[in-house]
Design a protein around this ligand. Structure first.
Ligand SMILES: C[C@@](CO)(OP(=O)(O)O)[C@H](O)COP(=O)(O)OP(=O)(O)OC[C@H]1O[C@@H](n2ccc(N)nc2=O)[C@H](O)[C@@H]1O
Ligand SMILES: Nc1ncnc2c1ncn2[C@@H]1O[C@H](COP(=O)(O)OP(=O)(O)O)[C@@H](O)[C@H]1O
Length: 295
């Protein structure tokens, strides 16, 4: 089918575990992370341009609209690699908080790769798109597939997992932006004393055991971000005091998420947080499903 315009959902991710095993000679860190997508999503609209230009607008004016934008980078890479004559206008409807540990920019890039594959009739597989995504950022390959996965290497090696136990996810982002390179840069790998039990998390997911999943949550970047931004600790404490079953910071932060199974608790936690931070979202995990193309 020939498209002229296509809209693709770009869901946020959370890290159920994030372990750092070593610092690599290339400056990246060797990680082991269990990630899952949630139904808080940007939307990337792509409109064919016959003049060959790549242009971008975003509903959030502070997000870059040039090559610094991961979605723009994705389009440029695809055009160059496959010598595409046509161009594209990208419009990003931004719903995911920026620099929040939720991979908003990576997911926009992944949605752009998926969408352009159709718009420009490239016929690439998801695996091929994920490989291209790794050239944009470590989290992009995961975002190309979505669902739930174990990510290793610098985060670009993906092993798909089944859906975790169904539950509510309450996200709260304090009004600070966190730089991922700064957080990794402040981590002292030899001094990490809170490595998560990744195997136990994999077991919790395989058996859809909600309480084991909550017990297995862990993120070695949390202490680094907590020391830079004490508000993150306050949000965690508030979630726990309001009855959350499991609480963790996502990625490099500063977003913190709470997991709960009972709907009554959702309201209690949401109301407690809203008095404290503006950006609070109640979402569901997307399970094992792949990112959805809307039109
Ligand atoms: C921490 C995580 C957890 O999912 O996510 P966010 O908090 O950014 O959402 C990821 O590891 C972030 O992945 P991503 O944001 O794609 O990182 P990249 O663009 O590839 O790298 C940005 C910088 O982060 C550092 N970095 C990133 C990944 C990695 N495995 N080791 C690193 O040391 C490097 O300094 C690198 O230059
Ligand atoms: N499409 C995009 N959406 C949001 N931020 C973007 C995008 N493209 C590039 N960026 C830049 O990437 C940085 C990280 O943003 P984001 O992907 O939202 O956070 P995180 O890496 O914490 O998940 C920001 O500083 C932002 O300026």
């Amino acid at each position: 089918m020939n498209y002229v315009r296509i809209s693709v959902k770009a869901p946020a991710k959370i890290n159920l575990t994030l372990d750092v095993l070593a610092k690599r000679p290339d400056g990246y860190h060797e990680v082991e992370m269990v990630m899952t997508t949630v139904d808080l999503a940007d939307r990337v609209d792509m409109t064919l341009r016959e003049d060959g230009e790549i242009t971008l607008d975003c509903s959030a004016s502070f997000v870059p609209d040039d090559i610094r934008n991961h979605a723009y980078k994705a389009a440029t890479l695809m055009k160059e690699k496959f010598q595409v004559r046509q161009g594209v206008h990208l419009y990003i409807d931004k719903q995911i908080p920026v620099a929040a540990g939720l991979a908003g920019g990576s997911s926009d890039a992944a949605a752009t790769l998926r969408g352009l594959n159709q718009l420009w009739n490239l016929g690439l597989t998801r695996d091929e798109l994920a490989k291209i995504g790794a050239e944009i950022g470590s989290d992009v390959p995961f975002c190309v597939y979505g669902g739930t996965a174990l990510a290793t290497g610098r985060g670009e090696q993906i092993a798909h997992l089944g859906a975790p136990a169904p539950c509510w996810v309450i996200l709260a982002k304090p009004p600070i932006g966190v730089s991922t390179p700064d957080v990794y840069g402040n981590l002292r790998v030899a001094q990490i004393d809170n490595h998560p039990d990744t195997k136990q998390m994999l077991q919790a997911i395989a058996t859809q055991d909600f309480s084991l999943m909550c017990q297995s949550l862990g993120n070695v970047l949390e202490n680094v971000t907590l020391s830079l931004h004490p508000q993150v600790r306050q949000i965690k404490d508030l979630m726990v005091a309001s009855g959350a079953d499991g609480v963790l910071m996502s990625g490099s932060g500063p977003t913190v998420f709470a997991l709960v199974q009972k709907e009554a608790k959702v309201h209690r936690i949401y109301n407690a947080l809203r008095g404290f931070v503006k950006d609070v979202f109640v979402v569901r995990m997307l399970g094992a499903k792949e990112g959805e193309i809307l039109a």
